[in-house]
Design a protein around this ligand. Structure first.
Ligand code: MN
Length: 331
């Protein structure tokens, strides 16, 4: 697969790298490392994200390569620029959000590089996917490591390590394989600082964030003798705490800490009044199967969905689906 990927990159001169809407450390880390490699090889590479590079990932982009998508401004002609468009860390074009229209309009060869468990990719000329990989950055590491003699450039090593940390929850999730630890060890041996990376990625809370966590956790709900637990956040809650939706990023990890929990959920109201759910499974319950019933998806143990319905309605429906899934998977 990675040889095919190499051939794909070699065939193109102007490569546009994008990732899913609301980019995470894995998508951004993979894009930066690939861009560094392509630029060193004399190819042109650009990275465009939407809506913007999150504050806590800025340290991965010291050269300022990452462009925030401006459909009415700098990127009006974006579709015409690349001869290859690579979507990283997603394999469903709509996950690009506002970038999708440009993606649809481009004459470039369209490809995806991803590790998510989803339906077969649709809408690409080439696909490079491996659901056994822990992260997109693991795929990029596997691609780059044998192709670069000696140590990786520090920018590349840092970006890849941050991506591995992001997608494994700092090597705590079930995808923390021996292979991903070996890759991380290799990157640390090359000079990446684990503690500095952790601090930059995670120790970035604001008072507003801690306030919304407190409010949400105060309303924690337990069902099925504590096997299913959830918290919910409305727009009014966010406003009361001076918090934004971004502040909710890892809130779902909190209820999951309860002893005896099999599935934890965070329900939240989006800015447009829709409802969102993030589900996390301890180990046995397939929450991807639940989220797919609501038009979402992700991984077996970490999935999400968005629905155009009121928060209370989504909570009731997801609760029923989770309890049914617990019944199926915990026999
Ligand atoms: Mn990923």
């Amino acid at each position: 697969m990675l040889d095919r990927f190499a051939a794909f990159l070699d065939r193109h001169a102007r490569i546009l790298l994008t990732t899913h809407e609301n980019p995470d450390g894995d998508g951004v880390g993979a894009a930066i490392a690939l861009a560094a490699h392509l630029k060193a090889a004399g190819q042109q590479a650009r990275i465009v994200v939407t809506p913007a590079l999150p504050e806590n990932l800025r340290f991965l982009d010291p050269e300022g390569w990452i462009e925030a998508f401006e459909p009415e401004g700098a990127h009006r002609e974006l579709a015409a620029w690349p001869d290859a468009w690579l979507l990283i860390d997603a394999s469903e074009p709509h996950r690009m959000g506002p970038l999708f229209a440009a993606f649809e309009g481009t004459r470039a060869d369209r490809a995806c590089l991803d590790h998510h468990l989803k339906d077969a990719p649709k809408g690409f000329d080439a696909e490079f996917t491996d659901p056994t990989a822990s992260a997109s950055t693991e795929l990029v590491y596997d691609f780059l490591r044998p192709r670069i003699g000696g140590d990786l450039p520090p920018l590349m090593a840092q970006a890849l390590y941050a991506g591995l940390v992001s997608d494994t929850g700092n090597f705590r999730h079930s995808n923390s394989t021996p292979k991903v630890h070996h890759a991380a060890a290799d990157l640390i041996a090359q000079g990446v600082h684990p503690a500095r990376t952790f601090n930059a990625l995670y120790q970035t809370a604001t008072p507003a964030k801690l306030r919304i966590f407190g409010l949400a956790l105060g309303g924690i709900q337990l069902r099925d003798r504590g096997r299913f637990v959830y918290v919910s956040v409305t727009r009014a809650d966010l406003a009361a705490c001076g918090a934004t939706h971004e502040d909710l990023d890892d809130l779902v990890e909190e209820p999951r800490k309860l002893k005896g929990v099999e599935v934890a959920a965070l329900f939240s109201e989006t800015a447009d009044g829709h409802a969102k759910v993030s589900l996390r499974s301890r180990e046995r319950v397939d929450v991807n199967a639940v989220c797919r019933q609501f038009g979402g998806g992700g991984h077996r143990l970490a999935s999400g969905a968005k629905a155009a319905q009121p928060l209370a309605a989504l909570i009731a429906e997801v609760e029923a689906a989770v309890l049914a899934q617990i019944g199926r998977d915990m026999v």
